[in-house]
Design a protein around this ligand. Sequence first.
Ligand code: SAH
Ligand code: SF4
Ligand code: F3S
Length: 442
Amino acid sequence: MSLKKTYYIETFGCQMNKNDSELMALSMLEHGFEPAEDLEHAEIALFNTCSVREHAENRVISRIRSHRKKTRGHDRVTVVAGCMAQRIGTELIESGIADMVVGPYQSPEIGRLIVSHFMDRSRDRFLSQDTDDLSPRINLRLSAIRDAPPWHRWVTITHGCDNNCSYCIVPLVRGRLISFKSATILEYIRHLAANGIREITLLGQNVNQYGADSSDLPFHKLLEAAAGIEGIERMNFLTSHPKDFSVDILLVIRDHPNISRSIHLPLQSGSDRVLGLMSRGYTRSQYLSLVEQIRNRLPSHSLSTDIIVGFPGETESEFEQTLAAAEQIRFDDAYTYAYSQRRGTPAYSMAESITREEKVGRLKRLIALQRSISRRKLDEKIDRVEEAIIERLSRKSSEEVMGRTFLNHVVITPGTKQDIGKRVKVRIQGVRGTALQGTRIA
Ligand code: SAH
Ligand code: SF4
Ligand code: F3S
């Protein structure tokens, strides 16, 4: 059955959701749906959601409410997909926020599920919450999809997470670690490269654990094989976990110039006691010695991180240990968050000892420190030559383009539409806001 209805997808949350949204778009197109210009005009509004923090959920709920208010009286359907659908799908239906919910397990099947919803709107509103029913994330037909940049594809190599960090909802909504077969992943990347894709990002909540649930290749072997595929000019991977990041990975990066030199390694806290309560599986000094190994083996690299402030029981002096670690390590970039209590996680029962204002106060201090470090690290790039892949025209000038360097910094340089997707060399001349600016030398 084919329905000539239009759809629009709004995506929240992490890169896994971005990949799922591309798969959702593919499924919608293959079931005869057509893309709408914007959310307001779409007959089917799809929200691919995130549950990682309460704030993320509240934001999307108010977005959906305002969308429904605006389109009231028209024949519109609201579908909520992703992690929030998995977590509170039933409540979303009962409170009239969603007409249909699809958990992340089967989001790539969304076209088929929506068709069945239209066949009988009174049934099939609570779909695919079954965690044994995982649909694959690798689909050769994604190479041709128009909703994605013409040179880049996400490649999800694992689904779920076996780590159970005490604050984290992800294992609850995405389930156990499942590694997709390396042969399928590599065949997919070969297919993408043969179809003009030049940049790949391997995705997983902890990519370093790839293969731990099967007898497949370890992560560094998969990375090596993927980076060896002809036509792939840049290979990125997200996210690494300090307890599983091995020297083998660094050696593979060192020997493959087409692997990005930007490593995302969440620290979460600089206090050993808090790290223990978080069940992260490493100490501050183990993290520091990993950073030392990275410095020794990769002369040119950048390091980014995630940090949570105000974890239950975090004292002022423990928070200061996080500040001290950030100062000592000098991350290029840090994604900083105020702790958010999530029902069902081990930390849920731990009493919070500081007020919301104190938490936000700590966050502000950390952000101010990191901002000045990031700025100084950008300044250090002046006069260096950086390689970048151009992503799009600059928003400010029609004669400039925006790209991303191999150290994952945004760079602005003269160029045209024809440069999009190209790998270029740029001599850095200055810093504009949080972006580098320079001239092309090749
Ligand atoms: N798998 C990745 C990313 C998980 S979610 C990893 O392990 O790093 C992204 C980030 O959100 C986490 O690294 C953490 O810093 C933050 N986060 C997760 N749960 C949170 C919570 N309950 N409150 C505040 N921040 C949280
Ligand atoms: Fe969450 Fe930890 Fe898994 Fe990351 S590694 S998704 S923080 S449980
Ligand atoms: Fe959010 Fe789900 Fe990703 S909770 S961070 S969208 S795995």
